[in-house]
Design a protein around this ligand. Structure first.
Ligand code: F6R
Length: 608
């Protein structure tokens, strides 16, 4: 949440910062601002709204300087106003900083600082950090003052600071909010995530919690808050800048839905051995506990959680291992009972979700082996786990997660083969899953060809403001995911529900104004789904069904049918979710909404 970029180097800072933050806009987009340090001191501009509003505000003005910071905000403390937009500064306008995170003790600090004569311009928690650094400057160097100030803060931060009378230095620091340093030639770019630095460099250093980087034009050092210098590993990012562009698509969301087939190919490439009915997950090889695991605890948020729920069905049915899946925001606050032989598995596209990370830490502290399925290489969750599987699907920029779900479910299929084959799964079953999984990308391509028809369907239903998504077994998490996609993109009420649960309450809502979307492929629960559909029809509820190609029976009951090709039951979620993603996308577009950046949301939820 919130995008931060800092620059120090040989180029004019502002264009680098504007381009960088544009790539991070999916992290937060309610206001934006920058501070540039040039020969005549610091110049700053802020604006409510997206980066484009800021760009418009500064058009024709000149902001020269080779050091600067920029921020796009997702408000936590203080309303969405220009005053509350970052960067924030101290009383003297000397110290400027952009911050992602929450200063939990800001009220106490603000009171103390006010009593000492500091005057505050905003309602944010962030501003106290600038004043705290100002207060600590007395007799200290810039870096010492920053570290002293940070020691007084309780909470989370990814931040970048500049000081007007030290034009050659930029300081970045992290505690629970992601931050990396791009190591360019004669330049450094600090950013919340890699997409902002790719154009300049692929070499990065990830800051860990409690670390601070001091960057000058001639070099950098990473310190802990006690000022001990640390040796940091350099990472190379294997994404090309092209991956972070729309490439002719009107929205990232549509582009990423259409990248579904490649997502499965990239997530499974080199990992399937169909002739042996086996899979190979290099990242998990060292983890001997996995093969002997007595149980798996999956924890994740949102879409990644629903992928985990599909994984739970797969692993229990085919690998015969007990699995429990929980949303990370609950997992961390209940008292999870870990048994000997349990493995904890976190699923996260960004690898930075605060709740997922906290659940992971909880498991790790209890001595449970922790593994992850993560997309962003080098992200905090990936670095924090004992072993893991990368998704390899390139950046996902649309705020609504699409290709990541498809990839995560494919990886769960690989994991099911791996764990299952070390147990009772037969060669024949292993082969069958592997062979069907290999066919999935082409089957997704067939569904994508129906995008225009799904668009027409979305327009037909555009006026409805309530939807019930129904599924059973493997397609129950898909029902939840379909509903999540529609509500986040279109702001209409959409509810996921187990089709068997419908009669225990939700059916009361059904009438001619309340459409239901049934995910009803021909699988082991098909007949039950058909009966539930009849129940809705009897109450005059409009029905859209996602059904298996050639299913005539469904056509007679449902008002509209979207067909998906046949595959193995456990793999149907990878196919059935695609029409739901397209439906949500076209529905949102038909309503004239910004589907890539829905209101109130941000990609990568790095606060609780
Ligand atoms: C929904 C969506 C969110 C994320 C959730 C977890 O479309 O994008 O629900 O799935 O915030 O994010 P990651 O996977 O990055 O941990």
């Amino acid at each position: 949440m919130c995008g931060i970029v800092g620059y120090i180097g040989k180029e004019e800072a502002l264009p680098v910062l504007m381009e960088g933050v544009k790539n991070l806009e999916y992290r937060g987009y309610d206001s934006a601002g920058f501070a540039i340090l040039g020969d005549d001191g610091v110049k700053s501009e802020k604006s409510v709204g997206k980066i484009s509003a800021l760009a418009e505000k500064i058009s024709g003005k000149r902001f020269s300087g080779k050091t600067g910071i920029i921020h796009s905000r997702w408000a936590t403390h203080g309303g969405v106003t220009e005053k509350n937009a970052h960067p924030h500064s101290d009383c003297g306008g000397t110290i400027w900083l952009a911050h992602n995170g929450i200063v939990e003790n800001y009220k106490e600090l603000k009171k103390e600082l006010s009593e000492k004569g500091h005057s505050f311009k905003s309602e944010t928690d962030t501003e106290v950090i600038a004043h705290l650094i100002e207060e600590e400057m007395e007799g200290k160097s810039f870096e010492n003052a920053v570290s002293s100030a940070l020691k007084k803060i309780k909470g989370t931060y990814g931040l970048v600071v500049l000081k007007s009378d030290e034009p050659g230095t930029l300081i970045a620091a992290r505690n629970f909010s992601p931050l990396l340093i791009g190591l360019g030639e004669g330049e450094y770019i600090v950013a919340s995530d890699a997409t902002a630095v790719l154009k300049h460099t692929k070499n990065v250093v990830y800051l860990d919690d409690g670390e601070m980087a001091v960057l000058t034009k001639s070099g950098h050092k990473v310190l802990d808050l006690e000022m001990n210098q640390l040796e940091k590993e350099h990472h190379v990012i294997d994404w090309s800048p092209e991956l972070a562009k729309k490439n002719g698509y009107p929205h990232f969301m549509l582009k990423e839905i259409f990248e579904g087939p490649e997502a499965v190919e990239n997530s499974t490439r080199g990992r399937l051995i169909p002739e042996e009915g086996m899979s190979k997950l290099g990242g998990l090889e060292s983890l001997t506990e996995l093969k002997e695991a007595k149980g798996i605890l999956i924890s994740a948020c949102g879409t990644a959680y629903y992928a985990g729920r599909v994984g739970e069905y797969m692993l229990e049915e085919y690998a015969g291992i007990p699995v429990e899946t929980d949303v990370a925001s609950e997992f961390r606050y209940r008292k999870p009972v870990f048994r000997d032989g349990d493995i904890f598995l976190a699923v996260s596209q960004s690898g930075e979700t605060a709740d997922t990370l906290a659940a992971l830490r909880e498991a790790k502290e209890k001595g449970v082996p922790v593994v992850s399925i993560v997309n962003v290489v080098g992200s905090t969750i990936a670095r924090y786990t004992d072993a893991g599987v990368y998704q390899h699907i390139g950046p996902e920029i649309g705020v609504a997660s699409t290709k990541a779900f498809i990839s995560q479910v494919s990886i769960f299929a690989l994991l099911t083969i791996l764990v299952g084959r070390h147990r009772e799964m037969s060669l024949v079953t292993g082969r069958r899953i592997a062979e069907e999984l290999e066919k999935i990308p082409d089957l997704i391509r067939l569904i994508l060809k129906q995008s225009k028809n799904i668009e027409a369907l979305a327009r037909k239903y555009q006026k409805f403001v309530n939807f019930l998504y129904l599924g059973r077994k493997y397609n129950l998490p898909v029902a939840y995911e379909g509903a999540l996609k529609l509500k986040e993109i279109s702001y209409v009420h959409a509810e996921g529900c187990g089709a068997g649960e419908m009669k225990h309450g939700p059916i009361a809502m059904i009438d001619e104004n309340f459409p239901s979307i049934f995910i009803a492929p021909q699988d082991s629960v098909y007949e039950k789904m058909v009966s539930n559909m009849e129940e809705v029809k009897a109450r005059r509820g409009p029905i859209i069904a996602v059904a298996t190609e050639g299913d005539k029976k469904i056509k007679e009951i449902a008002d509209d049918v979207i067909y998906i090709p046949k595959t193995l039951e456990m793999l149907t979620p990878i196919l059935s979710v695609v029409p739901l993603q397209l439906f949500a996308y076209h529905f949102g577009v038909a309503r004239g909404l910004d589907v890539d950046q829905p209101r109130n949301l941000a990609k990568s939820v790095t606060v609780e």
